[in-house]
Design a protein around this ligand. Structure first.
Ligand SMILES: [Zn+2]
Length: 66
């Protein structure tokens, strides 16, 4: 799966905490595209999943903190 960082500061919606989420990167495979968002305040991550360029689902993303 290819990963592509979003270099621009693109708006990605609002987090549950009320702060703004920014687009962080795209992960792409043959038919799936996953856009990862990160909250500016609480660093929560969410992902939007697209299949064949159609929106499928929005899911929370667990990030490991080692
Ligand atoms: Zn937040």
């Amino acid at each position: 799966m290819d990963c592509e960082e979003v270099k621009e500061n693109l708006f990605g919606g609002f987090c549950n905490c009320g702060s703004v989420m920014r687009q962080r990167f795209w992960a792409k495979s043959d038919e799936l595209e996953i856009l990862i968002f990160e909250c500016e305040k609480c660093w929560k991550n969410e992902a939007l999943i697209f299949k064949n360029r159609t929106y499928i689902n929005r899911i929370p993303v667990k990030t490991r903190k080692d």
